[in-house]
Design a protein around this ligand. Sequence first.
Ligand code: PSV
Ligand code: MN
Ligand code: MN
Length: 426
Amino acid sequence: MNIGQNQIEKHNDSLLTAHQRKLAFLKEDWAHVDLEAVIQKLVDFQIAIPSWALGTGGTRFGRFAITGGEPRTIEEKIEDVGLLHALNGASGAISLHIPWDIPQNAATLKQLAAGYGLKFDAMNSNTFQDQAGSAHSYKFGSLQNVNKAIRKQAIEHNIEVIKHGVALGSDALTVWLADGSCFPGQLNFRKAFENTLESLQEIYSALPDDWKMFVEYKAFEPNFYSTTVGDWGQSLLYASKLGKKAYTLVDLGHHLPNANIEQIVALLLMEGKLGGFHFNDSKYGDDDLTAGSIKPYQLFLIFNELVEGMDAKGMNHAKDLGWMIDASHNVKDPLEDLLQSVEAIMIAYAQALLVDRKALNVAQDNNDVAKAQEILQHTFRSDLRALVAEARLRAGAALSPIGLYRDLDVRNHLVNHRGKTVATGL
Ligand code: PSV
Ligand code: MN
Ligand code: MN
């Protein structure tokens, strides 16, 4: 299904007067700020959609698929991200997970994606599940495994993923390892680290010069005693030892409860070792809920550090880090959920762009704690949705992406076309 420009224009016309009223109010309220520059930054900002989030998620207790129409092939996954991008103008990339996705004809896929204005974002490898027909099992880890042949299989898989990525025009590999142990004594931590580092070094040496490697960390699950890339310190250690193409990837759901993620982000950025994000939200663990649905203030505080740190280093907000969603949805239409995540991320970014940074610096230098808090909460509590909507309007997208998605009955079109299919993946 394609959403036509005329359908978007008709939708926008019906909402334009109300939108302009809200925007005019914001322009008056923020007259002292260059709002045009802020809107342009919002237009430029793109958030990659993971191919595995386009189908209904589940838990180990079961999966309740939506009414159907889930993508059956990579082509249909690209089509879904194309729909999202047409609706919000901010989802201009897809992130693939191998072998959940098997990109057979890269040139055709590239062409298809380009037709929707999409690029291929970071490629993800999978050494956390055994695949049918593979020689070795990852039951006791992949890159850390005590068995060299198993490590080799995992290394080769990652190199294969890089090759797929090169053919598709991607420029990053995300390595997330389930490696770790479930019981004390199971693993020699030092040897596990050394094996993992050695394996990562082999993968790193297969990385093209203009590629990045993102080392994703996670505190727990599926291993529940130790994880071999368990926190940002361990990820940073691997990334530093690997070299300048290796970075830490922060998945918001991968921390122990109440971790100060914004501080982690600030320090990684300071060290030039922050690679990118997997956005999601959580109440308890790696819940993979809609970004901003539980802790929107945390999301804003993270973006506040990002804007501050990236500006201090003269970095390009849109290009210099990897922005990805990593979410799952057990009870919502995945496409609606993804639209909500992108909206929440854009709002947090807009809020961070509007923080009165000079005043904040002065408050910090004077130890004026109350003032510093006032400054942050002033933008956090400002309703900036019209700014984000204006960015969408200028990008040729919809003022209300979910509104248009529902008005056009997109899900039913997909069901009619694809049937009651359930996507592959988690
Ligand atoms: C692991 O929990 C993770 O966050 C990694 O990024 C995986 O690749 C992804 O989820 C798979 O769902
Ligand atoms: Mn992740
Ligand atoms: Mn995760």
